[in-house]
Design a protein around this ligand. Sequence first.
Ligand SMILES: Cc1cc2nc3c(=O)[nH]c(=O)nc-3n(C[C@H](O)[C@H](O)[C@H](O)COP(=O)(O)O)c2cc1C
Length: 347
Amino acid sequence: MGQWLIDAITPCAAELGVELVPVALADLNLPFLDEEEHPSSGIYRQEHTRRWSSIVDTADGFIVVTPEYNYGMPATLKNALDYLGREWAWKPIGFVSYGNTSAGTRSVQHAKQVVTTLRLVPLGATVAIRIGDALDDGRLRPDAARDAASLGLLNELVRVSHALRPMRERAGAGTVAGPVPGSYARRLTPDDAPEVTVLQRCCWVEEAVVNDTLAIPALHESLEQVREWLADQHTTGVWLDGRLLGMVRTRRAGTDWHVGRLAVVPDLRGHGLGRWLLRTAEAAADPGIRRIVLFTGSNSQRNINLYHSEGYELVPSTSTDGTALLTKDAEPTPKHRHSRLGENARS
Ligand SMILES: Cc1cc2nc3c(=O)[nH]c(=O)nc-3n(C[C@H](O)[C@H](O)[C@H](O)COP(=O)(O)O)c2cc1C
C-alpha cells in the first residue's frame, strides 16, 4: 500500500514542490514507550526517541497508511504517536486505511480523536481500501479512482499545511515574540514576497500622496524583484495569525547600517510596531558599525517625528529628489544586542 501511495503522489508532489519522506514504523524499532519524562517535556533519553523526534519535527504534514485492528488503530501507530509532543503540533495528518469490511475506516476514526490531543489536524479527505475488493494475488489492482483520491489527499494536506504555518511558527525556532499580543517576528524569506509586495504598495501609496511623487521603488517592484531582495537582504517581519503586520530591512554599507522599508499596516499604527521594528533593526547592527542611516520622503512628517523621537538627526541635504536623510550614532558597545532573527531559523 505504501509503495502504491508513493508512486501515485510523487509526480504531483514534485509539481507542488513537496518533498516526500517515506517512513516505515517497523524500521524505527520503537519499543513500547520507554521514556521517563512526559513527551510534552521534550526531554528524551533514548536514541530511538531522538531519531523519531527529528523525523517528525522536520515534517510539515503526514499521510499515515494504516490497517484496522479490532475496530481501532494498531498499537504500533498509537505507540509512535504517544512518543512525541510538540513535534506533531499544528501539522495536518491524512489517512490511507485498509481493512476488511470497513476498509479500515474505524481505525481512522479512532486515530482522529487521538491525534487532535496532540494538536495534529486531521484532514477530511481519506482513501479507504477494502482488501477483498482491491487485491489480486496479494497485489493492489490498478484503480484510477483510488489514484485520484490520493491526489485529493495530498492537495488538501499541502493546503492545510500552508494555512497552519503561522500556528507552527509562533512557537517555533527562529521566532521571537512581537510587540502586539499574539504576534511574533521572524526573518522574511523569498516565500513571503506576496505579503511583502502587498504591504509595501499599501504603505507607500501614502508616501506618494504626501510627497506628491510616484517615483518610489516600493510602489513599483514586481513580485519577482521583491523575491530577489528578500533572498539577499536581511528583512524582519512581524506576523499575527498569518498576516504580515510590519517589516524592516537592514544592510551594511562600510561602517553605515542602512535601515529601510520600515512599514506598518495602516490599521495598527500607533501601537508601537514601527518603533519596535526600528529598534530591532538597530539592535541587529553588525560589530564595527558607526552610524545608522535611513531615508524617508522630505514631507513624511509622521516618519520624521518617529525617527527624531528615537534619536535620529536630519542631515541637511542638497538632495533634490525629495528624500530626507536621517542618521544616528550606533551604540559603541553592542553588549546587549539581540541576535539577528532567522540566523538559526528553519528555512
Ligand atoms: C489483530 C487483528 C485485528 C484485526 N481487526 C480487524 C478489524 O477490526 N477490522 C478489519 O477490517 N480488519 C481487521 N483485521 C484485518 C487487518 O486489517 C488485515 O489483516 C490487514 O491486512 C492487516 O495489515 P498488516 O498486515 O499491515 O498488519 C485485523 C487483523 C489483525 C491481525
